[in-house]
Design a binder for this molecule. Structure first.
Ligand SMILES: Nc1ncnc2c1ncn2[C@@H]1O[C@H](COP(=O)(O)OP(=O)(O)OP(=O)(O)O)[C@@H](O)[C@H]1O
Length: 284
């Protein structure tokens, strides 16, 4: 399937400036500067005595789908929460659309968050609202659009995710896959520049996982945007990724174009991506 991400496009070629497999860090003179809407610099975060982020740095390539892979408990969700400003780093910076999100005030952070759509693991739908009202919620809360305008936007996204037959149903009446699709529609209604997916495949069977990946690709091709997908699922990563980052113990052990991850000779990356029990990765 074709993807919107086209490495030959001049804007994208300019953005994907690499040094030793890493995006080159931007300075004022670097053509890649400003080309990464989300940048994480030397991120440190501990909960009590437990250090979770240990100096993580990563630039996400605009308009691409980047997948973050890594074992359980390695800090993938913590990274997402830093990107949307739900967690504050102990040290380091999270720079989003050119702004250090902890160098601005709460109102500015609130405005910045509107550029993000987030699809949480279970869809994070409101159980007391039907699917239409769930998807309409961000528009009613954050815009002054009329109900007619809202209906046009909501129904176009509900159709896009194939839920037009379920608008009056409540989340509890839907399957896990349908709830995720409803969460995806809700994540799109504000026309986000960035969409973050926290384990979109969790709890889905392989066929539904594959269909959800197709939907992610289709919608990315249709609307563009910078997508970040956190997952354990190697098949999903193979299917959707332009770039792959592999995390282990709060650090990035590999980051580059998807093909370079799947061909990596690094013992940790190979073990994780092949699911082998023998290798540097243990149960701890
Ligand atoms: N608010 C919190 N308070 C205390 N510890 C936390 C908090 N949030 C995360 N942690 C801890 O940080 C570590 C990383 O958690 P995180 O959820 O980011 O892992 P993950 O890589 O997303 O794992 P999984 O793939 O299993 O979802 C875990 O040990 C977790 O218990």
């Amino acid at each position: 399937m074709d993807k919107i991400f086209n490495r030959d496009h001049p804007d994208v070629a300019k953005r994907a400036t690499w040094e030793n497999g890493w995006p080159r860090e931007g300075d004022g003179s670097d053509p890649a500067a400003g080309a990464h809407s989300m940048r994480v610099r030397n991120l440190h975060k501990a909960f009590g005595n437990s250090a979770v982020m240990k100096g993580l740095s990563l630039d996400f390539v605009d308009e691409a789908i980047t997948t973050i892979l890594g074992p359980s408990g390695t800090g993938k969700s913590v990274l997402i929460k830093h990107l949307v400003g739900l967690l504050e780093p102990d040290d380091g910076e999270v720079i989003v659309f050119g702004q250090d999100i902890w160098g601005i005030n709460e109102n500015e952070r609130y405005e910045l968050r509107k550029k993000f759509g987030v699809l949480f693991q279970d869809g994070a739908l409101f159980g007391s609202m039907n699917i239409y009202d769930n998807v309409a919620f961000p528009l009613r809360k954050h815009t002054d659009k009329s109900e007619d305008e809202i209906e046009d936007i909501v129904m176009s996204h509900i159709k896009e995710v194939g839920l037009e037959g379920a608008v009056t149903k409540y989340p509890a009446e839907l399957s896990g896959g349908m709830r995720k699709r409803a969460g995806f529609a809700r994540a799109l209604v504000m026309k986000p520049q960035v969409v973050l997916f926290d384990e979109p495949d969790s709890g889905l069977d392989p066929v539904r996982t594959s269909l959800l990946c197709d939907l992610i690709l289709d919608i990315h091709r249709e609307h563009g945007g910078t997508y970040l997908v956190v997952t354990h699922d190697i098949q999903s990563a193979r299917k959707v990724s332009d770039y792959v980052g592999v995390l282990w113990k709060g650090q990035v052990v590999h980051y580059g174009e998807a093909s370079s991850a799947f061909e990596s000779t690094d013992p940790f990356v190979r073990q994780f991506l092949s699911g082998a029990s023998a290798g540097p990765l243990g149960m701890d």
